[in-house]
Design a protein around this ligand. Structure first.
Ligand code: B12
Length: 293
């Protein structure tokens, strides 16, 4: 699917903002709304430019439907990416959608300073924002580069949070994990690594797209107490089930296999062998504490 960045005319934007067309044209000409021109010289406003203008001018879109924008956007915060109602989540989503990494980091650091754990902060902000960005992209409200840029920023933010943790302690229980073949998703598995490290595990995210056999080889080397699989997608269900079960059987009784992720539906789960299933970092932290102690 190719998502195209939508362009709006000053007249459309004026109607949605409930402002006059001449005001919108004036804002365009003053540079308050960055504007592109058509071959014929007409002003056109991208969604990203409009978002930036809304943030900076603290205006709201009165009638987003007129621009074909989702009506479940939180108008209170003037946000265009669907998601949670919390103002920090809305601000994070907006900053991520416009590629403002510094603003994203500032929000994260503020929540950490107020006492939240790293895994709580990333689940609250990153999961919400990436789900919303995925939806906005799917509805053609965000361009593909904006979605990819959001993902890259989140990967860097999570890595920086990990780097701020104290060094790995030698006697800590070991956890390894990643995603299986055909699953390119990076963020959930690096977030799991962060959550486990923060709670005293010596955790190693091995990466995405691993054959089960390779994970078994890694288990021989690391001798982990816990192996996690993040499952966002798979191509062939039968082959996927075989891969998970091969891993589960090869790990033996000393190692717990924790699974989670978007693609673990109620249909596929009964066919899998695993120790525990979680749908969030919060529940993983709780379960892994029980395994560790
Ligand atoms: C970024 C992204 C991509 C990137 C990934 C980049 C990368 N290397 O990571 C790339 C470009 C690869 C991609 C490709 C595609 N994508 Co995509 N993608 C996304 C997006 C926007 C964000 C994914 C993400 O990082 N989410 C954030 C994570 C943290 O959230 P999460 O996965 O839910 O994980 C949380 C929990 O599930 C849980 N969890 C997950 N795993 C585990 C494991 C354990 C053990 C535990 C305890 C918990 C746990 O904890 C996590 C943290 O809270 C999603 C939107 C979405 N809803 O997520 C679409 C989305 C998943 N993609 C979608 C689509 C359609 C595609 C493509 C088919 C697009 C295309 N036409 O090419 C391809 C398919 C690729 C493939 N082989 O399957 C659709 C899927 C729709 C569907 N019905 O399945 C989505 C939902 C977007 C949408 N709304 O349409 N995508």
């Amino acid at each position: 699917m190719v998502a195209k960045q939508p362009h709006f005319s000053p007249k459309q934007v004026a109607a949605a903002l409930q402002a006059s067309e001449s005001s919108v044209k004036r804002w365009c000409d003053r540079g308050a709304i960055p504007t592109v021109r058509t071959v014929g010289g007409h002003r056109r406003i991208t969604l990203e430019a409009l978002q930036r203008f809304l943030m900076e001018s603290e205006r709201e879109i009165g009638i987003p439907e007129l621009l074909g924008l989702p009506n479940n956007i939180s108008r209170g915060q003037g946000t265009l990416i669907p998601g949670g109602d919390d103002p920090d989540q809305a601000a994070f989503r907006e900053a991520l959608a416009r590629g403002d990494e510094a603003a994203c980091e500032k929000i994260m650091q503020r929540l950490l300073a107020s006492g939240s754990s790293r895994s709580e902060v990333v689940e609250w902000l990153v999961t919400d924002a990436m789900h919303g960005i995925g939806e906005a992209w799917d509805c053609n409200h965000l361009d593909t580069y904006q979605e990819r840029r959001g993902g890259s920023i989140c990967v860097r933010l999570v890595h920086r949070l990990r780097e701020q943790l104290p060094p790995r302690s030698p006697g800590a229980p070991i956890a390894i994990g990643g995603t299986l073949r055909d699953d390119p998703y990076q963020l959930p598995t690096i977030m799991i690594e962060l959550a486990l490290m923060e709670t005293g595990w010596d955790a190693f995210n091995l990466g995405s797209g691993l054959p089960a056999n390779s994970l078994l080889n890694a288990a021989k080397e690391y001798k982990p107490k816990l192996v996690w699989l993040s499952i966002s997608t798979f191509n062939d269900p039968d082959e996927f089930v075989d891969q998970v079960n091969l891993l589960a059987e090869g790990l033996g009784d000393e190692t717990s296999l924790m699974v989670g992720g978007r693609a673990l539906t109620d249909e596929i789960r009964p066919r899998l062998k695993y120790t525990g299933h979680c749908d969030s970092l919060r529940s993983l932290v709780q379960l892994s504490n029980m395994i560790r102690d």
